[in-house]
Design a protein around this ligand. Structure first.
Ligand code: C2E
Ligand code: MG
Ligand code: MG
Ligand code: MG
Length: 292
């Protein structure tokens, strides 16, 4: 079929190997979802002014033997098999459970949602149940939707999201600017946040078009009253330019890669204060802190 037309192709061994491989992957993923043996990495969303964390994005991972698989390695199978639906429900529950264990109650959690999840009849209930179970306020949850997912069934998607938004949940458009959709959907979708795709952030300060595009997106967002998060910030130069252009929030390797929650906890200044400086403090400084 790939070759088009009605040509007949001789059967070759690699074809059945590919099919078998696919079946095995699907079976293994089904088991992993059922046994809840997937894990979450969290990436901090950072305030560019203060460098403080605003919250996290939950990014799913699959431990396979000694490896940790990225979404690119199994999301296509999850989507195609429908496993994305129970997997997505687990991501919602688990990410909010983890957030509930974090002491700082200002932090939010962003969860990626696929089109299949979104149009499912029980998506509202699954989301509200995850919130209730964890005791997390709805306003601390952001659902990230790609343009492509949103426009597949714009009417249904819009009403689903509107309902959740009326409960206080926030909605973000992920990978903004990469879809070939018209801007019209922005006015029809209940949205709070635009996430500028890292493709545009990458060229900041190097490719004039990217600076123009990022500034235009920030302008558009400001006009529409939307918050913006820049994705994939890797260099100080990019962060500086984003600040200059009026972008407040960012994610990227410059601040932190996605990491398991235990690792993030160890580096959170709110939980574990910075270690005492190795150079001994002058005695005077100590005296100052003593009650008079
Ligand atoms: P996304 O939602 O746009 O997530 C951002 C991706 O960029 C993540 O890749 C993250 O690791 C990566 N990233 C973050 N900072 C940087 C940076 O500074 N430089 C570069 N080069 N990359 C950076 P990841 O974790 O591999 O996820 C890929 C995509 O898979 C996500 O893109 C999202 O669309 C999807 N995904 C991840 N977790 C889930 C999930 O639980 N459910 C669904 N439906 N999709 C998910
Ligand atoms: Mg995302
Ligand atoms: Mg993105
Ligand atoms: Mg992306």
């Amino acid at each position: 079929k790939q070759r088009g037309g009605a040509g007949v192709v001789d059967f070759e061994p690699w074809m059945s190997e590919r099919v078998m491989e696919h079946h095995r992957l699907r079976g293994d993923l089904e088991t992993a979802v059922r046994d809840e043996s997937l894990t979450l990495y969290l990436q901090p969303v950072v305030d560019l002014h203060t460098r403080q964390w605003e919250g996290f994005e939950a990014l799913v991972r699959w431990p396979v033997g000694a490896e940790t698989w990225s979404p690119a390695q199994f999301l296509p199978v999850a989507e195609e098999s429908g496993l994305i639906v129970p997997m997505g429900a687990w991501v919602l529950r688990e990410s909010l459970r983890q957030l509930a264990g974090w002491r700082d109650e200002r932090l939010g959690m962003a969860v990626n949602v696929s089109a299949q999840q979104l149009v499912g009849t029980d998506f509202f209930d699954i989301t509200m149940q995850a919130l209730t179970e964890s005791g997390i306020a709805p306003s601390r949850l952001t659902l990230e939707i790609t343009e492509q997912a949103a426009i597949q069934d714009l009417g249904r998607t819009a009403s689903r999201l509107e309902l959740l938004r009326s409960e206080g949940v926030h909605v973000a458009i992920d990978d903004f600017g990469t879809g070939f959709s018209s801007l019209q959907y922005l006015s029809r979708l209940p949205v709070d946040i635009l996430k500028i795709d890292r493709k545009f952030v990458w060229g900041l300060g190097q490719q004039a078009e990217d600076d123009v595009l990022v500034r235009s997106m920030l302008g558009l967002a400001a006009e529409l009253g939307l918050e913006v998060i820049a994705e994939g910030v890797e260099t100080r130069r990019q962060a500086e330019l984003l600040l200059e252009y009026g972008c407040r929030l960012a994610q990227g390797f410059l601040f932190s890669p996605p990491r398991p929650i235990e690792e993030l906890r160890a580096s959170d200044p709110f939980v574990s204060p910075a270690p005492a400086p190795r150079i001994p403090q002058p005695r005077r400084a100590v005296d100052d802190r003593q009650p008079s």
